[in-house]
Design a protein around this ligand. Structure first.
Ligand code: BES
Ligand code: MN
Ligand code: MN
Length: 479
């Protein structure tokens, strides 16, 4: 085929490049023409409540997987399989046109977070609506909308050139929001199937609306649950209060002691392995178009509070954190009940930065709680889940292609940024498959992912599809 010929002589290569360029233009204009239908199809996908954590939605997870698989098949993707795991299924697809061309592995997740609290949504979470240029629905941004950009970019090539400019493999999972526990074993068992030159993931955010950016760093996660037990049953606080220690009081004290006056985490060795930001990175962070006051005002906080010596931007993307995610115990119903509770519990998650590992920090948390546990309390420490963070190289062929692709769409070079969230599969791609990842995401921090009224800008859905179309062309021609 023409593409192979392009590798043999420069003259033909030039021809090939312009041939490719025109196929890219055709794909872009196909998107332009069919964009309204793309949005409607995404709405169909979003109507399926594929909430991975809730067993009541197990059938919906299956429906979403089949919907996606059928959609890929209908586009003409030659191989599409729903592959079973011990959890929710993986939708695998591939279109291999020429072994001499590069192969990308596109990852996304079709599962979504629960929509609760429902009463805070302005419209039903699984009845997508467009308002003021945004598509509102659970999963619109995280990650069904972003995953679907890849599907529609592929369609735009299929329906114009007949094929993509490179080889593509798709891996769409249904357990990202619950820790992807079955994905690493799936990768180990399917190394050959998943082998590719680079992984491409759209599940992150732009630095700002209209601000092109590519993520090169993600944080890891260590998530635990802790219960302190005092007396064996709830007691009358008048009869026993004053002589039997209260587990809520004890737990609250332990939690309060987890940060010092500099807002640093007090766990022994917590920062030991942290790879510090380089001066160059800090200078780049400082030059990003970020208005800390506006950013704080957006979330309704009075001011930011960071680890001493670091900016808010550094704090949210490149420094480790410890946050309580939920706390319960005793009487929380209406009115008053004078009780000295038997138990108090907390869920704690730490965001980790390169150098730290989930096992290391989970271990250090456990040691800390054992060490400072009052001798009146019994401790239950449960490791819920986690995942490694990491950095991807910014100077690879694929990263340059992604940068050029986004520049083509936005008219300016993208910033290289770090994201504070976690996508553990990125570290797994490296560890298990030896693949680097390109993180080309089009969300915004303000898209309310995991929150009520999650939304995705229709314009960003479009920018994403266009960037992916360009990326495939540029990456194919730069190999
Ligand atoms: N897409 C997010 C991760 C994300 C959010 C990256 C914002 C960049 C910016 C992903 O679906 C997610 O929610 N990940 C979880 C981790 C997982 C192990 C449950 C997270 O970050 O809490
Ligand atoms: Mn996601
Ligand atoms: Mn998520």
């Amino acid at each position: 085929m023409i593409l192979e010929a392009g590798r043999t002589t420069l003259r033909i290569h030039n021809f090939t490049t312009s041939f490719l360029a025109s196929t890219m233009e055709k794909a872009l204009s196909y998107t332009e023409t069919h964009f309204d239908r793309f949005v409607n199809e995404l709405k169909d996908f979003l109507r399926i409540p594929s909430v991975s954590t809730d067993p009541e939605h197990a059938a919906d997870i299956r429906t979403a997987a089949s919907w996606l698989a059928d959609h890929l098949k209908n586009l003409g993707v030659e191989r599409v399989d729903i592959m079973e795991t011990d959890g929710h299924p993986i939708v695998y697809g591939e279109q291999l046109i020429d072994p001499s061309l590069p192969t990308i592995l596109v990852y996304g997740h079709y599962d979504v977070q629960p929509p609760d609290p429902l009463d805070l949504w302005d419209s039903a979470p699984f009845e997508p609506v467009v308002k003021n240029g945004n598509l509102y629905a659970r999963g619109s941004c995280d990650d069904k909308g972003q995953l679907f950009m890849h599907v529609k970019a592929a369609e735009s090539y299929f329906k114009t050139a007949g094929h993509l400019p490179l080889n593509v493999k798709y891996i769409f999972e249904g357990e990202e929001e619950i820790g992807s526990s079955h994905l690493p074993p799936f990768m180990e068992a399917n190394r050959e199937l998943l082998s590719a030159d680079v992984a491409v993931v759209s599940d992150t955010a732009l630095f700002g609306n209209g601000v092109p950016s590519i993520t090169y760093g993600l944080r890891g996660l260590a998530y635990v649950e802790i219960t302190l037990q005092g007396p064996k049953i709830d007691l009358h606080s008048g009869v026993y209060g004053g002589a039997i220690e209260n587990p809520i009081n004890a737990l609250a004290k332990m939690i309060a002691d987890l940060h010092d006056e500099n807002h640093r985490v007090t766990i022994d060795g917590f920062y030991d392995n942290v790879i510090e930001l380089t001066d160059e990175e800090r200078a780049t962070f400082a030059s990003l178009p970020f208005n800390a006051d506006e950013w704080v005002a957006e979330v309704g906080a009075s001011r930011s509070k960071t680890e001493a010596g670091y900016t808010a931007l550094e704090g949210t993307t490149a420094r480790p954190t410890l946050d309580c995610n939920g706390i319960w115990g005793g009487f929380t119903g209406e009115g008053a009940k004078t009780v000295l509770p038997a138990r108090a519990s907390v869920k704690i998650s730490c965001r980790l930065v390169p150098g730290q590992t989930t096992d290391e920090i989970t271990g250090k948390l456990k040691t800390h709680f054992e060490k400072y546990l009052p001798d009146t309390m019994k401790l239950t420490f449960t490791n819920l889940h986690g995942g490694e963070g990491g950095l991807v190289p910014t100077d690879s062929v694929a990263m340059r292609a992604a940068s050029d692709a986004m520049e083509g769409v936005f008219g300016e070079k993208p910033y290289m940024i770090r994201c504070g969230g976690s996508i553990p599969v990125v570290a797994d791609f490296k560890r298990i498959l030896g693949q680097d990842t390109v993180l080309m995401g089009f969300g915004l921090d303000s898209d309310a992912i995991h929150s009520p009224n999650e939304h995705f800008g229709i314009d960003r859905f479009r920018q994403g599809i266009d960037s992916i179309i360009r990326f495939m062309h540029i990456y194919a021609s730069s190999n």
